[in-house]
Each structure stands twice: as structure tokens, then as C-alpha cells.
Design a protein around this ligand. Structure first.
Ligand SMILES: Cc1cc2nc3c(=O)[nH]c(=O)nc-3n(C[C@H](O)[C@H](O)[C@H](O)COP(=O)(O)O)c2cc1C
Length: 303
């Protein structure tokens, strides 16, 4: 069951420390954040921290771009590091779609199929794709046929269109419809915040596996496969462990703490004191300052 719940790719979040923390709680499969094929080909130094590290196993590298040849060049360089390659045809961000990449590929399904086909003929590891329902309208049924025919090993569906970004509710029923149309594994993404959401995708909509994205930020307990509610002490401990991993990984305390601020808040969602943390995050620059703030806020609550 646990291996059916996978940590989704999330730009600026699912780095090595984040993945390590999720693995500790049971995530057996993870993704890197999306990486542009150009940055890999140009060997941009920034990508090294985005790639799988040390002996990470069961990890997909997610690539974005719109040129099949560039996908192949990039994937060949990464083949030894990745367990599989995932093509991003889901990112809604303007900067990405303006270049014909991410969710823009949903409007050019032949090109998407060409990328899959070319990659499949060039690398030995599995190749899958993450898509949305369509760009501004739902055309997933047309897209899906091409993806399967091109030889994709799996498909992940985020049940929103590009124009919805993250608003409204993800259409979960689409998973069941698509499952009836294709024979490759179908993964579900969208609005996974609890064990109940995972079960619903797996049992009601027949997903083969489920991705958790926003629901895992500050909440690695979601991988425990139960409706576990961590205590404030547990949240504090795991949050600081995550921060420590980040500082060690980036070898720059101020940078790591700044990057971590948005995750810090998420560790205390719904907990009394989170408003105070939010108010003061911009003043945090070191592990000690974070530790002191948490001690101050949570010992105050106990009085
Ligand atoms: C901050 C953030 C960054 C994301 N980055 C990526 C990404 O790099 N690649 C990708 O395929 N999806 C990305 N997504 C989409 C998620 O993987 C997921 O499909 C989406 O958030 C829906 O799942 P959720 O409703 O459970 O969060 C991102 C989502 C968020 C919130």
C-alpha cells in the first residue's frame, strides 16, 4: 500500500532534504522537482542540487522542455542517476508555457507523443508523463491515446486544466474513465491531503498509484498510511531535523533557512501559535533563531 503513495514533483520543494524526510516516514518513490532540458545540456551549476543525490533509489527525474532531441540529450546524461524519466506536460506557469513546454504540450499532443517516442527509443529506463486534463479545455481523451501509442510506461493525471492552475477541485472521476481506456498504469494527482483522499483514488477511481504534493509539505506523516496526527513536539522535532538536513545539504545556513521559511510554517498548520510563526518568519536567518522561536512559542502555549 505504501508504495502506492508517491511524493509528487514540486518545484522549489522536493529537494534532497525534503525527499529524505518523506522517505523516513515511508515514501518509497519520489520525484525531483522539474528541471529544464536546456539547463542539463548547458550543465548549469544550479541543477546539481536538484538532481538525485548519493545513493537515492526509486527516484524519477522530471524534465521539461519541448524539443525531442534536447530531451534525449538530457535524459542520456541522467540515465545513470534516475530510476525513470518523467516528462512534465502539466506545469501551468506562464514562463514555462510561453516556451511551448509544461502544460503547453497538451495543446500539441503530437509533439508530446514524439518526445515520448524519441525518448523511449533512446534510453533504457522507463519513461512516463505527467499531464493535466487539457490546456483551457479538457482534451485528455485525445491526448491519452497518443501517449499510450507512443510507448509511455505510465501516465499521471492531475485532474485540472492548465487554466485552472490550482483552483477549484481536481476532477477525480477522470482517473476511472482513463483507466478504462488504457492498459498502462495510471497515477492520480490532485487534492491529496489525507489517507481518505488516497484511499478514494485507489478504491473508488481505480488509480494504480497516487501522488501527494501540497499535502506532504510540512506533513511527512502522510506517508505513514494512517490518519496520524502528530503532536506539537513531534512537529518541532521533525521540522528541525528537516531544517538541519537542508543546512547541511546547501552548506549555507542563511540560504537554507530562507528557503525553508515557507516549509516551516506548514509544519505547524492548524496549531495554535502558527500565526506568530508566520509573523516572524522573515526575521529568521539561522537554525538557532528558528529553534529559539519554536521554543518560545510552544513553551508559551503550554503555560
Ligand atoms: C509549489 C508547487 C510546485 C509544483 N511543482 C511541480 C513540478 O515541478 N512538476 C510537476 O509536475 N508538478 C508540480 N506541481 C504540481 C503537483 O505535483 C501536483 O500535481 C499538484 O499540486 C496537485 O496535487 P495536490 O492538489 O495534491 O497538491 C507543483 C505544485 C506545487 C503546489
Amino acid at each position: 500500500m505504501n508504495c502506492k503513495l508517491i511524493l509528487a514533483p514540486m518545484a522549489d520543494y522536493t529537494d534532497y532534504p525534503f525527499r529524505e524526510i518523506c522517505r523516513k516516514f515511508g515514501a518509497q518513490y519520489t520525484f525531483t522537482e522539474m528541471i529544464s532540458v536546456d539547463s542539463i545540456i548547458m550543465n548549469n551549476p544550479k541543477i546539481h542540487k536538484m538532481l538525485p543525490q548519493k545513493n537515492e533509489k526509486n527516484i524519477g527525474i522530471q524534465l521539461f522542455g519541448n524539443d525531442p532531441i534536447k530531451f534525449v540529450k538530457a535524459a542520456k546524461e541522467l540515465e545513470k542517476l534516475a530510476s525513470w524519466i518523467d516528462i512534465n506536460a502539466a506545469c501551468p506557469v506562464n514562463k514555462v508555457v510561453k516556451k511551448g513546454a509544461g502544460a503547453a504540450l497538451l495543446d500539441t499532443p503530437e509533439l508530446l507523443a514524439n518526445i515520448i517516442y524519441t525518448l523511449k527509443s533512446s534510453v533504457k529506463i522507463p519513461v512516463g508523463v505527467k499531464i493535466r486534463l487539457g490546456f483551457n479545455k479538457t482534451n485528455i481523451e485525445e491526448i491519452i491515446q497518443l501517449i499510450e501509442a507512443a510507448g509511455a510506461n505510465y501516465i499521471i493525471i492531475h485532474g485540472r486544466t492548465r487554466n485552472q492552475f490550482y483552483s477549484g477541485k481536481a476532477d477525480k472521476t477522470i482517473i476511472k474513465k482513463i483507466k478504462e481506456m488504457v492498459s498502462i498504469p495510471v497515477g492520480a494527482s490532485g487534492d491529496v491531503f489525507s489517507q481518505g483522499d488516497v484511499e478514494e483514488y485507489l478504491t473508488t477511481y481505480n488509480a494504480d498509484f497516487v501522488l501527494v504534493a501540497r499535502g506532504a509539505i510540512g506533513n511527512p506523516w502522510i506517508f505513514l498510511n494512517s490518519e496520524y496526527e502528530p503532536s506539537v513536539e513531534e512537529r518541532k522535532k521533525v521540522c528541525l531535523e528537516h531544517l538541519k538536513l537542508s543546512i547541511d545539504f546547501y552548506e549555507n545556513e542563511t540560504y537554507a533557512v530562507k528557503k525553508f521559511r515557507k516549509i516551516l510554517i506548514k509544519y505547524f498548520t492548524g496549531v495554535e501559535g502558527v500565526t506568530e510563526i508566520k509573523r516572524r518568519t522573515s526575521s529568521l536567518h539561522s537554525y538557532e533563531e528558528v529553534n529559539n522561536l519554536l521554543n518560545e512559542i510552544f513553551s508559551k502555549n503550554k503555560v
